[in-house]
Design a protein around this ligand. Structure first.
Ligand code: PLP
Length: 287
């Protein structure tokens, strides 16, 4: 008998089991997981794993798809169908399937749930334990590689959701020194009090926005002053204008940060002009 997986209410052949392409776990890492060891077909440390699962889900505001008793039943059924005595049970619960958008689906959708079971060779495991293993060290960088456009978007999704809940369109991340890095799905800019365009340099740990880069060309060609230098939220408040850039946002004026108006609290002439110039450039160079 081949392996069996549980996917959203159904037991299926493992080789054919699949989730939807817009499952947020797949597209944004918007999901949590647990792994239980199996001893003689029984789940180890049940309390610890269930408690952590509930905590992880609670932190992400994903509801438990079913109660502990029902979940235990489904996990045990997956173990039974796979006829595994010694092994591991993997459970993944995600926010569900929704059209791609960083913020959480509204209204919420049903969480998705996947279970797989694999056998482990206890004899081999004991032999390995008897011999011991070695380790290496590596810099702690989880997740410090915002320059890579990965689908590990859970922090971005949570930030965007926080923005939505406050009636804002975007969230700007602020680093430990108090400087804005970038938006959850855009790069951040101001026109500072001196009239200089400011956006963070890309040596810092941010995504190298393609729109940002093209706009820098447009800005320089039009003889505007630009400085790739970070700014704080207070700088934004004192600025004449602010805006964000991205393939979706293009050049989108920002009129308030944390509820405080930027400049006059109105869309300004520089962002308006840059939006027009950027769109003209984008249309002219599109293939
Ligand atoms: N920064 C982040 C975190 C993003 O997700 C995006 C776009 O999705 C951007 C910046 C802007 O990049 P681009 O102009 O290439 O769309």
């Amino acid at each position: 008998m081949g392996r069996i997986a549980y996917v959203n209410g159904r037991f299926e052949r493992h080789a054919r089991a699949a989730v939807h392409i817009e499952d947020r776990g797949y597209q944004m890492a918007d999901a949590v997981y647990e792994v239980w060891a199996l001893f003689g077909g029984k789940l180890s440390d049940p309390e610890g794993h269930f408690a952590r699962l509930e905590r992880s889900l609670g932190e992400l505001k994903i509801p438990m798809p079913m109660g502990r008793r029902a979940l235990t039943h489904v996990l045990k059924e997956a173990v039974r169908q796979n006829r595994v005595r010694d092994g591991l049970v993997y459970l993944q619960i995600g926010r569900g399937v929704a059209p791609r958008d960083h913020a959480f689906p509204n209204p919420p959708v049903s969480p998705s749930m996947v279970i797989t079971v694999k056998a482990i060779d206890r004899v081999a495991a004991e032999a390995k334990a008897a011999a011991g293993v070695s380790v290496i060290t590596t810099p702690e960088n989880r997740w410090g590689r915002c320059d890579i456009k990965t689908v590990g978007l859970l922090p971005n999704a949570m930030a965007k959701q926080a923005a939505r809940e406050k009636g804002a369109a975007e969230a700007w991340f602020v680093d430990e020194l108090g400087f804005v890095t970038e938006g959850a799905s855009s790069n951040a800019w101001i026109v500072d009090a001196e009239g200089t365009l400011r956006t963070r340099d890309t040596n810092a740990n941010i995504l190298r926005g393609v729109t940002r880069n093209t706009l820098l060309d447009v800005i320089r060609e039009n003889g505007l002053k630009v400085d790739e230098r970070p700014f704080t939220p207070a700088d934004a408040e004192a600025a004449q204008e602010a805006f964000i850039t991205g393939a979706g946002a293009m050049v989108l004026p920002v009129i308030a940060v944390d509820g405080k108006p930027v400049g006059a609290g109105k869309v300004g002439p520089v962002a308006t002009r840059l939006r027009r110039l950027y769109i003209e450039r984008a249309i002219a160079t599109a293939i």
